[in-house]
Design a protein around this ligand. Structure first.
Ligand code: ADP
Ligand code: MG
Length: 659
């Protein structure tokens, strides 16, 4: 109540308590029955009293908005869950909205309905922040406020009984008014129960000009499910979150400081290129920032030989450098900073953004420098990022700078990493099943409907791959000596023999390459048929080329993740795979390929022939198309495909159906 009274709430506040007559100067009603019509009710009473209170408010007092701070509901016990369900039923029935229970509340520019402190500065252009954890919401605000971050709304959703993070994001999306609503959203999530909803509204908000960053903590039980393939081992549910965020264009953060830094980057003008000018009066932090930016994929172009460089150098003290970092020494003045920023803005066309590092050794005040920063940040088109390390020496000046509505970065490396992360997050990629290549749906459905749960037999799997238009090696399954001889004649030597039955064929001696005679064929046939679990022998054309990998895995409500990479050690040892969420557009598949660490090998390097990446991308989208038509597939592993020039073919496939 103190928060509401202290923070400019304009309406009437009523208090209800059976024991008091006045609280903080507000008249107290002894029960909810006595209340006049009430719009919003905040409940901070024991869980067991909540249902009857909600009932009176919802049905008799016209209350549509509820915030239940109390704990003791579904998070605690089954009985608590029943209370929670009863409350939701009544609020749904009367068309109301419930935040909580078990939350810290809601803060908007109109009412500070949270029981915790601090209440941040509320500003319509500040951050919209939605948190799945109350305490973490407080800690995130505490990390952001001293840096100048302001908030437009804070929602702590608690148990999300009726309204979760996804619903609040939906609300922010449908009520979004360009130029009025805040363009910055931060999320803290522990579960994503409605990934498709999150994807839809995040994509929509970002395409309206918003920027979104999120922490997703904790990985679900699904991640530890026994893995039977590379795809299973590599694709945990956390990877699905990465894929979802990438598709939505959400910047994923791992902790509070990083989230605050990314939010601070969002508060500045967007960076439209990769080139940063670092302007500093101290060497060390500029070197550290140079490292952070260049390791993170941004560039610090040399300005030394720029025709306008000598002109700028003349305005600085002797010993200064305009090489980039532009170092104007510990004695550098506010006026000089102005000249440097002007040169970066007007003369140095290659510069896309300016990072200014300016602290103080404590010998003099720096108000004049921060005034120049303030003025240039308003007048320049390029983004200017203020890194102000002297949080003690020039505490007052920093406070003065923040008061003008700015956000600052205390640490250059935290800033640099955050800027790189924002720059590396792709635009949202809206994709639909209709973007996928056409596949033979009837043939796919026929195989899927005829197979029971478990691994699909090789001959059926061949039909699936053919129906999806995924090129595969020629092969035949045989189980007698006579059959294998005639099949070998058909396929031709050299050929490859594999056991049918065991899941990991090489591990049991069940793969023989380069078989080139009838004698070898029959001798291996006799040996391989004795390998436990072996039911037949598969023979294939011997292919050659670079080993590639494509996989797919269903992840609960997320749908299918599609993975790709190079085979062999690249996947086993280096775990060099990229993931996307189905349905995957060709452009997304190409991005997945191009962001592999081993991409240079795919392109071809040092006399080694590369592979056709367009065709590889096409195969990836065809796997995605297969998953959309056959959602019963739990996991699929094409490992390896062999690629050479403009040919890529699958030589080993595994596919597991789980309904
Ligand atoms: P598994 O994965 O069950 O051990 P694979 O069928 O993937 O068995 O075969 C193991 C390895 O043998 C492959 O990674 C590949 O290097 C090679 N290989 C398999 N089939 C062929 C083929 N048709 N042509 C050339 N090499 C092959
Ligand atoms: Mg294999």
């Amino acid at each position: 109540m103190k928060n509401i009274l202290d923070h400019q709430f304009n309406g009437s506040v009523y208090a209800v308590n059976p024991k008091e007559s006045e609280i903080q100067g507000v008249h107290v009603f002894s029960s909810v029955q006595e209340l006049p019509q009430t719009d919003l009710a905040i409940l901070a009473i024991a869980a067991k009293y909540c249902p009857e209170t909600v009932k009176t408010l919802a049905y008799e007092k016209g209350t549509k908005a509820f915030i239940i701070l109390s704990a003791g509901f579904s998070e605690e016990s089954h009985a608590g869950e029943e209370l929670e369900n009863e409350i939701v039923r009544m609020i749904d029935d009367t068309g109301g909205c419930l935040i909580g229970p078990n939350c810290i509340g809601v803060i908007t520019p109109w009412h500070a309905s949270a029981f915790t402190t601090p209440i941040p500065v509320m500003d319509p252009q500040g951050i919209d922040f939605i948190s799945g954890s109350g305490a973490t919401a407080v800690f995130i605000m505490e990390s952001g406020m001293p840096k100048g971050l302001t908030f437009s709304s804070v929602f702590s959703v608690g148990n999300s009984a009726q309204t979760g993070v996804e619903e609040i994001l939906e609300y922010l999306d449908i009520t979004y008014v360009a130029g009025q609503s805040s363009p910055i959203k931060l999320l803290y999530l522990e579960t994503i129960s409605k990934p498709q909803k999150l994807l839809k509204h995040a994509t929509s908000l970002i395409s309206k000009g918003c920027r979104i960053a999120a922490i997703k903590a904790g990985s679900s039980e699904a991640g530890s499910r026994a893995a039977s393939s590379h795809t299973g081992a590599l694709a945990s549910s956390d990877v699905a979150v990465d894929a979802l965020f990438k598709k939505a264009g959400i910047v994923r953060c791992s902790g509070r400081e990083e989230l605050a830094a990314v939010a601070s980057v969002f508060m500045h003008k967007p960076l439209t290129g990769k080139n940063i000018a670092i302007v500093t009066h101290a060497g060390g932090p500029a070197v550290m920032l140079t490292d952070a930016l260049s390791n993170g994929g941004l560039q610090i172009p040399s300005l030394k030989d720029h025709p306008k460089a000598p002109q700028l150098l003349e305005k600085l003290f002797p010993g200064s450098s305009v090489a980039n970092p532009v170092d104007f020494l510990a004695t550098g003045t506010a006026e000089q900073l102005g000249h440097i920023i002007d040169a970066c803005e007007h003369d140095f066309d290659e510069v896309d953004g300016i990072a200014v590092i300016f602290g103080s050794p404590g010998l003099f005040e720096v108000y004049d420098v921060y005034d120049v920063l303030h003025e240039k940040m308003q007048s320049c088109k390029k983004p200017i990022f203020p890194i102000l390390p002297s949080v003690i020496n020039v505490k007052n000046e920093i406070e003065y700078f923040i008061q003008k509505g700015h956000v600052f970065f205390p640490d250059e490396v935290v800033f640099g990493n955050a800027l790189c992360k924002v720059a590396a997050t792709p635009e949202p990629s809206e994709s639909y099943a209709s973007d996928l290549p056409a596949v033979n749906v009837a043939a796919i459905r026929k195989v899927i409907e005829a197979s029971s749960d478990g691994y699909i037999d090789p001959d059926k799997l061949s039909i699936l791959l053919d129906a999806a238009g995924i090129p595969r090696v020629k092969e035949t399954v045989t189980d007698t000596r006579e059959q294998i001889l005639s099949a070998a004649k058909e396929i031709g030597y050299p050929l490859v023999m594999k056991v049918v039955g065991p899941v990991h064929k090489s591990d049991v001696g069940g793969v023989v390459l380069n078989v080139n005679s009838n004698e070898k064929l029959l001798c291996e046939f006799d040996r391989m048929m004795k390998i436990p679990e072996t039911t037949a022998i598969l023979i294939q054309t011997m292919a050659s080329g670079m080993e590639l990998f494509v996989g797919a895995k269903r992840e609960d409500t997320f749908g299918h993740m599609i993975l790709c990479g190079m085979g062999g050690i690249f996947i086993e040892v280096l775990k060099d795979v990229n993931v996307g969420l189905s349905p995957l557009k060709k452009s997304e598949a190409l991005d997945m390929i191009r962001n592999l660490r081993s991409y240079k090998l795919i392109q071809g390097t040092r006399g080694q022939q590369g592979i056709d990446e367009e065709l590889f991308a096409e195969i990836i989208t065809r796997v995605s198309a297969l998953m959309e038509v056959a959602p019963e597939i739990f996991e699929m592993d094409l490992n390896p495909l062999l690629g050479k020039g403009n040919q890529i073919i699958v030589v080993d496939a595994r596919c597991n159906v789980v309904r």
